[in-house]
Design a protein around this ligand. Structure first.
Ligand SMILES: [Zn+2]
Length: 114
């Protein structure tokens, strides 16, 4: 059996998939293959982008664009969220309609977890 890949490997794989699907959607749009194909590739791209956010949070990184700060240990938070001290948001992985999604909730105004 091959060794377990590092936790962040899914982050990079999902990002590469997003880039590749975006490229495929652009190619399909230029080929006049039909709006349905373009729309389906766009839908797949959106789902991959959502999975990229899940992979980021699962690996312990803030999924806000241009942040990427380390998240706190969810065991330390009463809510079970992984907090980003830079963005002041708590990230949670929540199942929605059979799919895991990363949800960010801003800290309460009077909250001080630092
Ligand atoms: Zn952040």
């Amino acid at each position: 059996m091959s060794p377990t890949p590092p936790r962040d490997s899914l982050v990079f794989d999902a990002a590469r998939c997003c880039t590749y699907v975006r490229h495929a959607r652009d190619v399909a749009a230029r080929l006049d293959i039909g709006d349905l194909v373009v729309a389906e590739l766009a839908d797949i791209g959106e789902r991959l982008a959502a999975l990229h956010l899940v992979a980021l949070v699962a690996a312990g990184w803030c999924a806000n664009p241009k942040c990427g700060a380390d998240l706190t240990d969810p065991a330390e938070s009463p809510s079970g969220a992984r907090d980003c001290r830079a963005c002041r948001v708590g990230w949670s992985l929540i199942e929605e309609a059979g799919r895991l999604r990363a949800i960010a909730r801003p800290w309460a105004a009077n909250q001080d977890r630092v």
